[in-house]
Design a binder for this molecule. Structure first.
Ligand code: FES
Length: 118
């Protein structure tokens, strides 16, 4: 198991997204985090349709309404809470969810427990 510090709680506001690039034992992992209803979720930055990054602007992963995660290439929409694709060419598939750990009341860490397909 490996842990990687991402940011502090104050660095991710409600319905804000932030991307990270983490050097892991398995290679470079591109991911983003999103906060909704005060829960922070993490996903690999990898669209299940073509396997390319979801965003075309740094740290921007939500649709204009700020309700869903949106792939910038073909517009697929994913639920924030579980990464499930509800509309688009990869409907029915899901983003790869990553586990987060909260430490010291203020720190958000990535916890990699299983091998990941980078
Ligand atoms: S690459 Fe994401 S919807 Fe096509």
């Amino acid at each position: 198991m490996s842990n990687y510090f991402l940011c502090h709680n104050k660095d991710i506001a409600e319905l804000q997204t932030r991307e990270f690039s983490v050097e892991t034992d398995q290679g470079q992992l591109e991911l983003f985090i999103v906060r909704q209803d005060n829960n922070v979720h993490a996903y690999q930055n990898h669209c299940p349709h073509l396997g390319i990054p979801l965003n075309w602007q740094p740290d921007k992963f939500l649709c204009l309404e700020g309700i869903h995660i949106q792939c910038s290439t073909h517009g697929a929409l994913f639920k924030v809470e579980n990464g499930y694709c509800i509309v688009g060419p990869c409907a029915g598939k899901s983003l790869t969810a990553l586990k987060l750990e909260h430490r010291n009341d203020d720190e958000i860490w990535l916890e990699l427990t299983n091998p990941i397909n980078i």
